[in-house]
Ligand binder design. Structure first.
Ligand code: LLP
Length: 453
């Protein structure tokens, strides 16, 4: 299985229709009368009614992915918590959906925590991480009563202990360790290697020093360890290697301090299919590798099996989502390429510019037609690099068509911006033939809401 960021061969018209794109589309995607339907909703009608650009998310797909994680992790060990990483996509309805599915929520900032609070997410099921939480954020976490805080530095640990002590409580924490594993993914989204801004390295004894320090602090209850080796990982051996290192460290902790680590959080990171050649591992296989891996290594070391946590983000929402755009100008530059411009771009999907990410596209009102040309889908921003899809197969486009970019449910809306004072698209959930806003499209008034006259 190739590295997800490996260069792709030059594209050729592949004659594929929407029916051939199932691996990158939401699970309820179908084609009727030439139109792409998601969640029983005609995306072409939806685009005309709700306007474009528009993020569309398949509720059934999201729930299915959460259930797959719960099923295939608890299949191997009863005590596993599935913690959805809200950074991939978060709205109030999304937080409530995660709670309804019995999963927990991972927040990466005070802002994400504010969503959890407003959505009345059960606070004992909220975990907060981040490499540089402010005092204010630490206070918010303790005051809200978050279940676990992932501690990233000694500087933070001391401040957190003081904040908790001042309130007469002990805050449960996980210590983030960097296992020294280079995950098989894009360099920018690797996090488990020794040279990382995240966590405590094992090599120089930094992590052990953090553990000993935590055991001495009055405001801290050391529940366990946390790691996250990266994102969009295809090869499960990266997870196995990190787990081996982490469990070995659990044994060193017991031997040196007598303290038993009760919880082990292995982070998120499972990759998804953005392009047709992508073959990510399944949640079923991931569950087996992670959970059995922890159990086996604990047995080897004579350690009790800890409560386990996994933190998927992308693999819950990425393929649940698509972005719909309206095609505007079409520029054919002879012998070079055809640019198909849409009413969005890098402000609603920065991933192609930032990571050279590849996406599949199709025309929603020609979903039963073959992709018989190669086109480059360009955004409307004042940057040459504002390209959503480079030289990829597409049905022959005409201005006014509804163009669908697949697998945009993760890290697109959550990383969106107002560059060029572009209003951010809304997000709709579709389910059983109905659609509803989960985040409304911004207005010009929203753009200026914080401006001072
Ligand atoms: N846990 C921690 C501590 C994380 O930092 C992350 C993602 C996750 C869980 C969820 O990982 P996932 O299952 O989604 O791979 N903006 C980049 C991705 C950055 C991921 C950051 N951390 C992208 O668009 O590819």
């Amino acid at each position: 299985m190739g590295k997800p960021s490996a260069p792709r061969p030059p594209a050729v018209p592949d004659q594929k229709t929407a029916a051939d794109l199932a691996s990158v589309l939401p699970m309820t995607a179908t084609v009727k009368d030439g139109h792409l339907f998601i969640g029983g909703v005609d995306t072409v009608e939806l685009a005309h009614e709700a306007g474009t650009a528009l993020y569309v998310m398949d509720e059934q797909h999201i729930r299915h992915q959460l259930r797959e994680y719960v099923k295939w992790t608890r299949y191997h060990w009863k005590d596993v918590d599935v913690i959805y990483a809200g950074k991939a996509f978060l709205s109030l309805q999304m937080a409530r959906l995660v709670a309804e599915e019995g999963c927990s929520l991972l927040c990466a900032s005070g802002g994400e925590l504010a969503y959890a609070i407003r959505a009345e997410f059960p606070m004992e099921r909220v975990q907060v991480h981040g490499n540089n939480k402010t005092d204010y954020e630490l206070e918010e976490c303790v005051d809200a009563g978050v279940g676990r805080l992932v501690v990233d530095s000694l500087f933070e640990m001391d401040r957190l202990s003081a904040i908790a002590e001042a309130r007469g409580v002990k805050q449960s924490i996980l210590i983030r360790v960097t296992p020294g594993i280079e995950a098989d993914t894009h360099d920018f989204i690797q996090t488990g290697q020794e040279d990382s801004k995240f966590g405590f390295g094992l090599a120089e004894g930094l992590a052990m020093r953090a553990v000993k320090h935590a055991l001495e602090l009055p405001g801290i209850d050391l529940a366990g360890l946390h790691m996250h080796i990266g994102s969009q990982i295809f090869a499960l051996h990266s997870f196995s290697a990190a787990i081996e290192v982490a469990v070995h460290f659990m044994q060193e902790i017991r031997d040196e301090t007598g303290h038993t680590i009760r919880e082990l959080d292995t982070g998120g990171g499972l990759g998804i299919a953005y392009g047709l050649p992508d073959e990510p591992s399944t949640i079923k296989d991931y569950g087996k590798v992670v959970v059995d891996g922890i159990k086996e290594h604990c047995e080897e070391h004579g350690l009790p099996v800890p409560k386990m946590m996994v933190e998927p983000g992308r693999s819950i929402v990425a393929n649940a989502g698509v972005t719909l755009y309206t095609v505007g100008s079409i520029k054919e530059i002879p012998n070079i390429r055809t640019y198909v411009a849409v009413d969005g771009g890098m402000s609603d999907n920065i991933r192609p510019s930032l990571y050279d990410a590849h996406y599949e596209a199709l025309i929603a009102n020609k979903a039963d037609k073959p992709r018989e040309m190669i086109a480059t889908v360009a955004g409307k921003h004042c940057e040459s690099g504002d390209i959503l899809v480079h030289d990829a197969p597409l049905q022959c486009p005409e201005s006014g068509d509804i163009l669908c970019v697949c697998a945009t449910g993760a890290y697109c809306q959550s990383m969106s911006s107002n560059y060029n004072k572009q209003v951010r698209p809304g997000v709709v959930f579709v389910n059983e033939g109905e659609w509803r806003w989960t985040v409304k499209r911004e207005t010009y008034a929203d753009l200026m809401a914080q401006d001072v006259e």
